[in-house]
Design a protein around this ligand. Structure first.
Ligand SMILES: [Zn+2]
Length: 88
């Protein structure tokens, strides 16, 4: 689970293994505006892979996570291309 809501607010957990970064946003706002703030002001990022929940990454891991996500998408397109070719 990448984020959690309780009486102290909303807490985001970085999904990079071995990274223990957390970000707690005080209560009183809804998830979308909390996330917008975390993203725009603090630099957290999120990525979605097909069939999986969203992953969240702290600013320190954002660049690596973006690279990994691009690579994942590239491989995914390659798999789709091969699948499409093999279906003829
Ligand atoms: Zn991190």
């Amino acid at each position: 689970m990448s984020w959690e809501k309780d009486e102290t607010g909303i807490t985001f957990y970085c999904d990079t293994p071995d990274c223990n970064s957390v970000l707690t946003v005080p209560p009183g706002t809804d998830f979308i505006s909390c996330w917008k703030d975390a993203n725009a002001r603090i630099g957290w990022v999120s990525f979605k892979r097909a069939g999986r929940p969203w992953d969240y990454f702290c600013p320190r891991c954002a660049a690596d996570a973006a690279t990994a996500h691009r690579e994942y998408n590239r491989q995914e397109q390659e798999r789709e291309r091969i699948k499409a070719r093999n279906s003829y």
